[in-house]
Design a protein around this ligand. Structure first.
Ligand code: UT7
Length: 323
């Protein structure tokens, strides 16, 4: 059975760090409120002119070096983003050109904060069906461009960044001992649009709009939906939750991470959290957390890792990966 194995990974963050105290000089908030309600200490914000594709290319280059391949060996590039450089073409094609790749295919996936999980599911399917052998998957965002900087209920939560992985076909036995993606589970419910959306778009206002969120409602759904996605992925692989070595969640709020772990009886020490450092970076948050835990030695070859996310739409999902 063909499995999509992760053979390299990389990240890219803007140089500009914005602390809670700096934000408190611009909006009516405080370091204490942000830390206590979200766990966020700081976020990275792209400088003027710094685009999603710049961060995506930075993460992609690192992932290619880590994988020990060059762009010529890629068959496809998938970029999960909700903040593309331009309405079209896809940011993935801009990355393709900047990596000097003139073959294969490149396209974007839009599932907001669940984008990386959706992209992983697409990449896994393309590899397992033989349509592609090697795929670069990127989650990249400049969420700072979508924020209303006068709205303290949202502007303190988000940040910019990118993470990338290289997936490659490899022959497995078809059981849980295989290295690579073991399964993915995707969900959405478009009826919940009004809880998290932007006030604009090409066909409605001809502007990008700004992010609006009913935070409390999103919070409640996040814990329920993420717990359900984790359970669905683990059950599909006939794996008990205590057999999973690491949980790598979307980084929206430390209280969501804690609430989900509590609900499912997961040991909090197995939950990777980078929300303090990065804030909510939407589609970049899962790969940023994943790569952080790989680099600091927590996630090791052979570990069973469960990735999960939820975002606007609502969309949510999970992926079980043998690292
Ligand atoms: O990535 C997609 C998924 N997104 C999420 O998962 C986000 C989910 N939601 C959340 O993380 C939380 O709901 C928030 C962090 C957004 C808000 O936390 P909360 O504990 O639900 O606070 P709240 O909205 O109930 O607000 C409590 C109080 C309010 O004041 P009153 O009405 O009690 O006087 C707010 O006006 O906190 C006030 N508040 C703030 N105060 C200082 C809201 N934002 C701020 C702020 N600084 N930045």
């Amino acid at each position: 059975m063909i499995r999509a194995r992760i053979i390299g990974s990389g990240i890219c963050l803007p140089a500009n760090i914005v602390t809670n105290d700096e934000l408190a000089k611009k909006v009516d908030t405080s370091d204490a409120w942000i830390r206590e309600r979200t766990g966020i200490h700081q976020r990275y914000i792209a400088l003027p002119g710094e685009k999603t594709s710049d961060l995506a290319v930075g993460a992609a280059r690192e992932a290619l070096i880590d994988a020990g391949i060059d762009a010529g060996e890629l068959d496809m590039i998938i970029c999960a983003t909700t903040t593309p450089d331009e309405t079209f073409p896809a940011t993935a094609t801009i990355v393709q050109s900047r990596l000097g790749m003139a073959h294969g295919a490149a396209f974007d996936v839009q599932a907001v904060c669940s984008g990386f999980i959706y992209g992983l599911s697409v990449a896994d399917s393309l590899i397992r069906t033989g349509a592609a052998r090697t795929i670069l998957l990127i989650g990249a965002e400049t969420m700072s461009r979508l924020l209303d900087w006068n709205d303290r209920t949202t502007c303190v939560l988000f940040g910019d960044g990118a993470g990338a992985v290289v997936l490659q076909a490899h022959e497995g036995r078809g059981d849980n001992a295989d290295q690579g993606v073991l399964n993915t589970r995707l969900f959405s419910d478009g009826r919940l649009h009004d809880m998290l959306y932007t006030t604009g778009g090409v066909s409605s206002t001809q502007t990008a709009g700004v992010l609006k969120m009913q935070g409390k409602e999103v919070f409640k759904h996040a814990v329920t939906n993420i717990a359900a996605a984790i359970t669905a992925s683990a059950e599909a692989a006939h794996v008990a939750l205590d057999q999973i070595d690491w949980f790598v969640p979307h980084q929206a709020n430390q209280r969501i991470l804690d609430g989900t772990a509590r609900r499912l009886g997961i040991d909090p020490a197995k939950v990777v959290s980078t929300v303090a450092l990065h804030g909510n970076t939407s589609a970049a948050s899962v790969p940023l957390a994943l790569v952080t835990a790989v680099r600091d030695g927590r996630i090791k070859r052979g570990d069973l890792v469960l990735l999960e996310a939820m975002g606007g739409g609502f969309t949510w999902g999970a992926a079980l990966v043998r690292w």
